[in-house]
Design a protein around this ligand. Structure first.
Ligand SMILES: Cc1cc2nc3c(=O)[nH]c(=O)nc-3n(C[C@H](O)[C@H](O)[C@H](O)COP(=O)(O)OP(=O)(O)OC[C@H]3O[C@@H](n4cnc5c(N)ncnc54)[C@H](O)[C@@H]3O)c2cc1C
Length: 577
């Protein structure tokens, strides 16, 4: 097979906030890197993040500290988070936010000129820094501008299909140009996966359908890396229902953070029955299950949702705080300053992903690193809104700094031709087998299957059925056998997406079956309580042709966070009325 070869020191797969922040740190330290993406520069999924980024700046509530931020994160993660990683996140987020502001990110500010902070669900203080409801877009623009100023090399429209692993070390990756179909080989001393998560394997999702397609899972699992927490998927309470092409799109938590109410079809604020203290601002899993139960009980709208209403707030305030949402609904002739909008839960964020050592970003495969949503460990059983944007820049900086320190001690890798040819052949066999079918339809079927069998409320019988049904879909993948890639680049993209999605779906179902308790976003109707013996992580690894699941204990919680947990700080929710 013919291909174009490109060499660099650090290959970064992903141009979202995590990939770019890693690249900025490396470049600042004089290390050569190349940042790849499937889409245009500045068009990564990060752009869609709306509500904000958490940092205990204590600009509005001066009692806030990093330790209370960490305590909130562990509590919301139901103690499945890696406590040392959470400590790093909470300690370093303030510096990363201030740095973004220095680089030109136009955070909303208070009258005294400090960065403004808003309420977000399940947090003890106003901690979420924001740029209206376009925080991710503003952050990404800032990072793109900075990386352009630093002349960081990037390559777009590039789809990575497989990592090159030699002697159990990552030495590069192969892929193709999504426009021309040219085969590409990237050789590097080390590879960083910053390729996002897998929330869009569910067919009603707040992600774009062609992103968050489990590339992190597929690429790393095939390379022999350990995954963790795959069973833990966050369902955001408020996704759009109508129109069809907007189904699942996020209606930001900022609406509830700014005082929005959830109402059932009788216009009753039903959260009173589920969480009278915290109401709409309880944790995402609690609110999503409450909405789900209202709908199942027949108190939902005709289209299978509930109402989200912020019209009791001043119209100018709404337009100032939620400008994008106001504009988006206006396009559909809905004025959110006057009318409620219809919403239902949507798959939003995968807490699972690659197991990494957060101080360095290293995965269980040598010279393979990961950052951002591709990883697992910060969010435990439930992610606090605002923590993932913080994660991207905190761990991007840390991983970049670590790699810069050790890069000179790494020898340049030999990458033999037969490794390259063998890798292309393996990819071709998978893509051809899947690509001879209607891959888009199959992706839709997996998405339906997951909603039905591994959705908001799970049950062992249904999970087993889901696995059986998935096996049937996988058995059908024996299509055309060929070691030469057939079809168009679009066919290859769809078939690759499907192969990654199938793996992630299998892991989600298997893990959800194994974890026979309810914790955070994972809710089993046959075991509705938390079990002490399940205060551990499920890990996933390829062994031969099968997926091996095993558990790992959670490290000790650092003293300062334990102290903050005992203090029981808590937001005065009624202040929001
Ligand atoms: C609608 C929405 C709203 C959100 N709002 C918030 C919020 O308010 N606050 C918050 O903290 N978090 C929020 N999140 C989550 C947050 O946006 C993400 O977790 C974060 O932006 C992920 O950044 P990332 O850099 O890890 O990955 P991404 O931004 O997803 O970037 C992934 C990159 O990898 C590339 N890539 C993927 N696969 C391949 C491949 N095979 N080959 C080559 N390139 C590849 C992509 O093209 C892209 O460039 C939200 C998420 C969604 C979906």
């Amino acid at each position: 097979m013919e291909y174009k070869e490109i060499s660099t020191e650090v290959l970064i797969i992903g141009q979202g906030a995590a990939g770019l922040r890693t690249a900025i740190e490396l470049t600042r330290e004089g290390v050569r890197c190349l940042v790849l993406s499937k889409r245009a520069h500045g068009d990564a999924h990060t752009k869609w993040a709306a509500g904000g980024i958490n940092a205990s700046l204590a600009n509005l509530d001066d009692e806030d500290t990093w330790a209370i931020h960490a305590a909130d994160t562990l509590r919301e993660g139901q103690f499945l988070c890696d406590p040392r990683a959470v400590e790093l996140l909470a300690k370093k987020a303030p510096d990363r936010v201030k740095e973004l502001q220095n680089w030109g990110c136009d955070f909303s500010t208070t009258e005294e000129g400090k960065i403004n902070q808003r309420y977000f669900g399940a947090q003890s203080f106003r901690r979420t820094c924001f740029v209206g409801d376009r925080t991710g877009e503003a952050m990404l623009q800032t990072l793109v501008k900075k990386s352009e100023e630093m002349e960081i090399p990037t390559k777009v429209n590039t789809y990575i299909t497989r990592l090159l692993i030699r002697e159990e070390k990552a030495v590069g990756a192969i892929g193709f140009d999504m426009e021309t179909g040219e085969k590409l080989v990237f050789k590097a001393k080390t590879v960083v996966l910053a390729c996002g998560g897998f929330a869009s394997i569910y067919n009603r999702s707040s992600s774009r359908s062609d992103e968050n397609t489990a590339d992190n899972v597929g690429l790393a699992y095939e390379a022999g890396a350990t995954l963790r927490d795959m069973e833990l998927v966050q369902f955001h309470p408020t996704g759009m229902i109508k129109p069809d092409d907007m189904k699942g799109r996020l209606v930001s938590e900022a609406v509830r953070g700014e005082g929005g109410h959830l109402l059932n079809k009788d216009k009753k604020r039903f959260m009173e029955n589920y969480s009278p203290e915290k109401m709409e601002l309880d944790a995402r899993d609690v609110v999503a299950r409450a909405i789900f139960k209202e709908i199942v009980a027949g108190r939902g709208t005709e289209d299978g949702g509930v109402w989200l209403d912020i019209s009791h707030k001043d119209a100018d305030f709404i337009k100032e705080r939620l400008p994008k949402l106001y504009a988006r609904f206006s396009e559909y002739h809905i004025d959110i300053t006057k009318d409620p909008v219809e919403v239902a839960p949507t798959s939003h964020y995968a807490m699972g992903g690659l197991k990494v050592d957060f101080e360095t970003g290293e995965t269980s495969v040598k010279r393979l690193y990961a950052v951002g949503e591709a990883t697992a460990g910060i969010h435990g059983a439930n992610r606090l809104g605002g923590n993932s944007l913080a994660e991207t820049v905190v761990f991007g900086q840390l991983t970049g700094a670590h790699l810069a320190k050790i890069i000179n001690s790494m020898e340049t890798n030999e990458v033999e031709e037969n490794l390259i040819q063998d890798s292309f052949e393996k990819v071709a066999v998978t893509i051809n087998a899947l690509g001879s079918q209607d891959t888009k339809k199959l992706i839709g079927k997996v998405g339906d299957l997951l909603w039905e069998h591994a959705g908001i409320i799970r049950n062992p019988g249904s999970l087993k059925n889901g696995l059986d049904n998935l096996k049937m879909l996988i058995q059908n993948k024996n299509g055309v056998q060929s070691k030469e890639l057939l079809g168009t680049p679009e066919d290859w993209e769809n078939a690759s997406n499907l192969s990654f999605i199938l793996l992630a779906a299998e892991a989600v179902l298997k893990g959800a079956l194994k974890r026979d308790e309810s914790r955070g976003a994972h809710y089993r109707d046959d075991a509705t309580e938390k079990k002490e013996e399940w205060k551990k992580n499920i890990c996933y690894k390829k062994e031969g042709d099968s997926m091996k699941l095993f558990t790992e204990e959670i490290p000790e919680i650092p003293e300062a966070i334990l102290k903050a947990l005992k203090e029981k700080y808590s937001l005065n929710y009624h202040h929001l009325e």
